[in-house]
Design a protein around this ligand. Structure first.
Ligand code: FAD
Length: 432
């Protein structure tokens, strides 16, 4: 890539102005760095991923944005799980988690949340650019990073930065360019979703709760938004999506009909816009750091949205990433250690959730979710997990080991059921 004299110089170039990119841009600009954040779309833009976790509130508090998010958010006090295999529903109230400081979270329209964060970065002094796609980046031998982008009207732009933050989400700019993006070998799923008016919600304080409905093909989410509409999505095995014959709207309706509990909630509902599909999306890059770059949020990995952790992970990686980038720029001798720390912290959250995601449709795990018992505080630990409290050193982690032990014992005690579930998952991975 040849750079022209028109190249714009900066300390940090951030690719992508979603939650990860906007957060790190704000934090670094606040610390006096010359930051440019380049977003290919224009805010407000649609994005899926509307259910936040209580631990997100801790990050909004640190940014001083709690009130702004509250204005656009529907309060979510807990998560309801409905299982046709147990013929019952169960609600986990965040108020019962180990940390009582964050007893709820929010459901939000991402167009609104992401715009708040993007404007916040601008307010902190980051140079925010919209409608420009970064097409390629390079790391010249002599140092720094060069990047080339193209605006909506075809104009070429070029940047010269000391450090690159890839926050390009599922576009995975760097992982794709470096050829290090890997399909997740342990999990695959795909989704379709739409927004409805007139859905029957839970009553009273529970109105804003997320509901997860298990059914034979996977699971549904039901996310009530503050404007009265409800986001509904089906996450299924890719092989199920391959069986589709008609259009996506009809396929979605047929799929809803397979799950009587959600069909009942939607019996008087109207679909507000065409159904959208998201293809098989479980992936991870081989690494998330390198000399002069880090990857944040979905630019590094995404597994499955069942625990609504994506936005929290993206923003959390931005907080750790801001310290990391600052160290790399200001104390290069400590850069290697800072990058290792960033890697370990980011993986901690992803790996903790992965264990549950890989087993979320297995009978032994479903049984434990549907009949929780607070032996040695493990129900409280499960709640902390659902709230996203997996990064801090707390007794939660120790209790989650006990949860896993009980899971393995229950699986051994029901060998046929466990073997069948394992075989089904394996078949699905091979088919996907
Ligand atoms: C079906 C589904 C349901 C989900 N549900 C939830 C949920 O309920 N709760 C939750 O927390 N998470 C959910 N997620 C995950 C969540 O959406 C993501 O984890 C989150 O958006 C990640 O934030 P990010 O900033 O890393 O990436 P993004 O939010 O994707 O932001 C990346 C930004 O980069 C821009 N960009 C990309 N490439 C370029 C480029 N080359 N140049 C310039 N700009 C670029 C994009 O336009 C985008 O604005 C869900 C995901 C899926 C697929």
């Amino acid at each position: 890539m040849t750079m022209t004299n028109d190249s714009i110089s900066c300390d940090v170039l951030v690719v992508g102005g979603g939650p990860a990119g906007a957060t790190i841009a704000a934090l670094l600009a606040e610390r006096g760095k010359n930051v440019v954040v380049v977003e290919k779309e224009h805010h407000p833009r649609f994005h899926i991923g509307e259910s936040l976790l209580p631990m997100n509130l801790m990050l909004f508090d640190k940014l001083g944005l709690r009130e702004e998010v509250e204005r656009i958010g529907m309060i979510k006090y807990g998560a309801e799980f409905i299982s046709p295999y147990h013929n019952k529903s169960i609600t986990f109230d965040f108020a019962n988690a180990s940390d009582k400081n964050f007893p709820f979270a929010y459901q939000v329209r991402r167009s609104e949340l992401d715009e708040i964060l993007f404007n916040y970065a601008k307010g902190k002094g980051a140079n925010t650019i919209e409608g420009c796609r970064i097409e390629a980046v390079e790391f010249p031998r002599e140092g720094g990073v060069t990047a080339k982008g193209r605006t909506d009207d075809g104009e070429e732009k070029a940047w010269n930065a000391k450090f690159l933050v890839d926050a390009s989400g599922r576009d995975t700019l760097l992982a794709t360019q470096l050829g290090i993006k890997q399909r997740n070998r342990r999990h695959n799923s795909a989704a379709m979703f739409g927004h409805f008016s007139g859905a029957h919600r839970l009553e009273g304080k529970a109105e804003g709760n997320i509901t997860i409905f298990w059914f034979d093909k996977g699971w549904f989410w039901f996310i009530p938004l503050v404007d009265g509409s409800t986001s509904v999505g089906a996450v299924c095995r890719p092989e199920y999506f391959k069986s589709r014959q008609g259009d996506l709207d009809a396929f979605f309706r047929d799929t809803i009909a397979m799950c009587p509990a959600i069909a009942d909630r939607l019996k008087d509902a109207t679909l507000l816009s065409p159904v959208t599909g998201a293809g098989n999306y479980s992936y991870r890059a081989e690494r998330m750091t390198g000399d002069r770059f880090i990857m944040l949020g979905d630019a590094f990995a995404f597994i499955d949205p069942i625990f609504s952790a994506g936005v929290f992970f993206a923003m959390n990686s931005a907080f750790i990433g801001a310290d990391t980038v600052e160290t790399c720029l200001d104390r290069p001798r400590k850069a290697a250690a800072a990058l290792r720390h960033f890697d370990a912290q980011t993986r901690r959250g992803i790996d903790t959730f992965s264990w549950y995601i890989y087993r979320a449709t297995r009978p032994a795990l479903r049984n434990m979710f549907m009949s929780p018992r607070n032996i040695l505080g493990i129900e409280e630990a499960m709640l902390s997990l659902l709230a996203g409290d997996v990064f801090r050193r707390s007794t939660v982690r120790a209790r989650l080991y006990i949860f896993k032990l009980i899971y393995y014992i229950s699986s051994i005690l029901a060998p046929r059921q466990s073997f069948e579930a394992w075989r089904r998952q394996r078949r699905n991975l091979q088919a996907g």
